[in-house]
Design a protein around this ligand. Structure first.
Ligand code: ADP
Length: 163
């Protein structure tokens, strides 16, 4: 089974990493799909986001070689429903941190299913310790010099303090 974990990953946080790790438990292949939206302002370029994800997974979070072989990172733009078909994927996985996020994502899931009736979305509740965590919160804390230890991998913290 191939699962797609789509998102902005601007940048990857420990919450994303937890979601990827848990997806690996039930999927054979996980495609981390970085959404490149030209109309949305991002802090890191898609390439930088991809580099940070690899570095985080390879060096910091204890993923085994075998796990890494089952992970693919891709940048996509356009409709997720089309990307899903292109990858011959089986499910889309989304993390749920709050009722508000669920409300937004359920509408998205229904729209995607309308576009592609084969497309199923699986929702995974966020690890409670990470439920507060988002890329934007991390960027905001880092911008004011706050402590983001434990929220993002080391390479991401370094990149945020550099930029
Ligand atoms: P998007 O803009 O598509 O929501 P994000 O990068 O914010 O992109 O999130 C990508 C995916 O990762 C989403 O499914 C989101 O719910 C999930 N996610 C983000 N942060 C966390 C977290 N702290 N815990 C669990 N899942 C998370």
């Amino acid at each position: 089974m191939t699962a797609i974990c789509p998102g902005s990953f601007d940048p990857i946080t420990n919450g994303h990493i937890d979601l990827i790790r848990r997806t690996l438990r039930f999927a054979d292949q996980v495609i981390v799909a970085i959404c490149h939206n030209v109309y949305k302002k991002s802090h890191f370029t898609p390439n930088e986001r991809e580099q940070l994800i690899w570095e985080a997974l390879e060096t910091e979070e204890g993923f085994t070689e075998k796990d890494l072989e089952r992970i693919e990172i891709r940048v996509f733009s356009g409709l997720l429903a089309d990307f899903f078909s292109e990858c011959s994927a089986d499910v889309i996985v989304r993390g749920v941190r709050s009722a508000i996020e669920y409300e937004h994502d359920i509408a998205q899931a229904l729209a995607n299913q309308r576009l592609n009736p084969r497309l199923e979305t699986v929702f995974i509740p966020a690890e409670p310790g990470y439920a507060f965590l988002s890329s934007s919160i991390v960027k905001e804390i880092a911008a004011f010099g706050g402590d983001i230890h434990g929220m993002v991998p080391q390479c991401v913290a370094a990149a945020l303090y550099r930029t």
